[in-house]
Design a protein around this ligand. Structure first.
Ligand SMILES: Cc1cc2nc3c(=O)[nH]c(=O)nc-3n(C[C@H](O)[C@H](O)[C@H](O)COP(=O)(O)O)c2cc1C
Length: 159
């Protein structure tokens, strides 16, 4: 079943409540549904990768805003390019909002960024770190087991 347009739009609306450094909101989400999905899917499938994205209901392109996220004074001072952090946080909100709506997701970093920019008419200054595929999970498909590094390798509690 295809996820309805209203559900996809609501997931994006909720995701866009994400926080960003200095509340700059240096982002744009482009939800691609219907016929235009195929051309976006191709940009995610180079070298035979990500075949499953052809079956997604929507492909959400996570991009910086049209200024490319102009360096903010705080970034220069802190030597920290916040836009990539902001887009990562937005992506996390997007997949969590999808989960809350009963929609499955996969973050796709294997993408042809230049081809995506051309397809969507976005300028060279715009970065597209990832695309998120959304769709209803197949009923007969088992949720795969979470494989994570042991906690003692990735978590430290200092007192
Ligand atoms: C930045 C980023 C890029 C990713 N790119 C891809 C991708 O191109 N194709 C894919 O199948 N999965 C991709 N993934 C999904 C990861 O492989 C997945 O989140 C990880 O294996 C953990 O999966 P799990 O939560 O189901 O255990 C990406 C995840 C992230 C966070």
């Amino acid at each position: 079943m295809v996820v309805p347009e209203e559900v996809i739009s609501e997931i994006c609306r909720v995701a866009l409540l994400a926080p960003s450094a200095m509340n700059a909101q240096p982002w744009q989400l482009v939800a691609v549904m219907g016929e235009r999905r195929a051309e976006v899917a191709k940009t995610l499938q180079r070298m035979g990768m990500n075949k499953f994205v052809s079956r997604a209901s929507a492909l959400i392109v996570v991009a910086s805003d049209k200024s490319g996220g102009i360096m903010r004074a705080g970034e220069v001072l802190r030597e920290n390019e916040f836009v990539k952090n902001d887009l990562g946080i937005l992506t996390a909100h997007l997949v969590l909002a999808a989960e809350s709506a009963g929609v499955g997701s996969c973050i796709l970093g294997w993408r042809d960024e230049e081809a995506l920019r051309t397809l969507l008419g976005l300028g060279k200054e715009v970065i597209i770190p990832e695309v998120v595929a959304l769709g209803y999970p197949a009923e007969d498909y088992p949720v795969r087991e979470k494989k994570r590094k042991p906690l003692e390798k990735t978590f430290t509690l200092l007192k």
